[in-house]
Design a binder for this molecule. Sequence first.
Ligand SMILES: C[S@@+](CC[C@H](N)C(=O)[O-])C[C@H]1O[C@@H](n2cnc3c(N)ncnc32)[C@H](O)[C@@H]1O
Length: 229
Amino acid sequence: MQILEDISGITVLDISGETRVGTSPKVSVPVYGERIVEGFRIWDPHRSKMAALLIKSHLAGTFKRLVSDLNLTPSSKVLYLGAATGTTASHFSDLVPAGLVYAVEFSARSMRDLLVLCAARDNIIPILEDASSPERYSPILEPVDLVYQDVAQRNQAEIANRNVELYLKGGGALVLMIKARSIDVTADPRVVYKAEVERLGGVEVISVADLRPYHRDHWAVVARRVAES
Ligand SMILES: C[S@@+](CC[C@H](N)C(=O)[O-])C[C@H]1O[C@@H](n2cnc3c(N)ncnc32)[C@H](O)[C@@H]1O
């Protein structure tokens, strides 16, 4: 194993000729069956769109820029929309050991598994709510440094806009994973994702990346909240 890049707790590794990213947990215990290599939890790009984005950015030579755009520190606060059972949220939890991950998920079935993860990690706050009604979780939320969204809904940009407006700090980052086929199954996915990016408001789009070969018809948008003057 060889370390290729290591910034803000995200490590790019060469493992037997394969490029992977890993995070360093306080305790090296697998969460979703991922490999642990020399203390790193290997972030599976097939299971997590964020891992796919990070690997692709390394291969494109833009990893440093991407991680800097995320602007994460160990004490950052992350709002995670569509946490499911916590696969990707667990890696964010590794990245902000002194911070918090607010994990919003509306499926009670997924939440059951997420709660098991939260019991083992004191920096993930589970929120059983609909991300399209962000005002419902205002009593427990605070301004956050990063909004990460991965929900397969028709109105993905609208959900992002509402959460950004309520909770993202000025200058904070939005990472929006767009699943084009959830918006329109019949239209050309490239037309669909571009229209969805156009619908984003209150943010400046920094980059848009196609997540193939890991995730077909998915795009990752990285944006920054326009700071209020
Ligand atoms: C693709 S999965 C997320 C996978 C997860 N982000 C990961 O990488 O570990 C999408 C999740 O979003 C949840 N979801 C969809 N719409 C939602 C909404 N409006 N509010 C909250 N959760 C939602 C689904 O129940 C599902 O668990």
